[in-house]
Design a protein around this ligand. Structure first.
Ligand code: SF4
Length: 170
C-alpha cells in the first residue's frame, strides 16, 4: 500500500519545494511508494488523511495557521521543512518592526483591506510554536539528497538519519 504524502508552502518562497523537485528522476521511484495528497504538485486544496506532511514556511497570517492545524490534524507525521518553518527564516526579519507602520510604508496609497485577504499576524512564527512537529529538515533549502534520504528512511519505517553533508543550516 502506498503512503500518502502532503506538502504545503506557508510563509515561504517555494524554494524548499523546488529543491525537493531536484530529486529529478528519483521522483519516479518515489511515486511507486507514495501517493500525493494536497500539494502544489497536485493542486488539491484540502489535506486528506496522510502518513507524512511536509510543511515549508512559517506562519505570517491567519490562513497559514488554519492550514497548519489542518495538516497536524490529518498527518500522522508532520515535518518542518527548511529554515522558515523551523525558525521563521527570512520572513521573520519583519518581526523587529511594528506591523502597522510597516504596511503604511509599503502601501502609501492605502493598506489593502479586502475581506478576502488573510489577516496578517503581528509577528512571523515558526510552526512548532503552534503545533507539535515530529521532525525537522533544516536548510535554506534542504538539499535534494537530504529530502531523498529523509523520505526513504520514513518510507522504510526507519527513524530519519541525515548523515554527514546532508544537514546544513544556510
Ligand atoms: Fe525559501 Fe529558504 Fe524559506 Fe525554504 S527555508 S522557503 S528555500 S527562504
Amino acid at each position: 500500500m502506498k503512503l500518502k504524502l502532503a506538502t504545503v508552502s506557508l510563509a515561504g518562497c517555494f524554494g524548499c519545494h523546488m529543491s525537493f523537485l531536484d530529486i529529478d528522476e528519483r521522483i519516479l521511484e518515489l511515486v511507486e511508494h507514495v501517493e500525493f495528497d494536497r500539494s502544489p504538485l497536485t493542486d488539491i486544496k484540502r489535506v486528506g488523511e496522510c502518513d507524512i506532511g511536509l510543511v515549508e514556511g512559517g506562519l505570517c497570517n491567519a490562513e497559514n495557521v488554519e492550514v497548519l492545524r489542518a495538516f497536524r490534524a490529518h498527518c500522522k507525521t508532520l515535518v518542518a521543512v527548511g529554515a522558515c518553518a523551523i525558525n521563521g527564516g527570512l520572513p521573520a526579519q519583519r518581526n523587529r518592526l511594528p506591523l502597522r507602520p510597516l504596511l503604511e510604508a509599503v502601501y502609501p496609497q492605502g493598506v489593502p483591506d479586502d475581506p478576502e485577504l488573510p489577516l496578517l499576524l503581528n509577528h512571523v512564527h515558526p510552526i512548532h510554536e503552534v503545533v507539535h512537529i515530529d521532525y525537522s529538515l533544516p536548510g535554506c533549502p534542504p538539499s535534494a539528497d537530504a529530502f531523498w534520504q529523509f523520505l526513504t528512511d520514513l518510507m522504510s519505517g526507519r527513524t530519519p538519519q541525515l548523515g554527514h553533508g546532508l544537514i546544513h543550516y544556510d
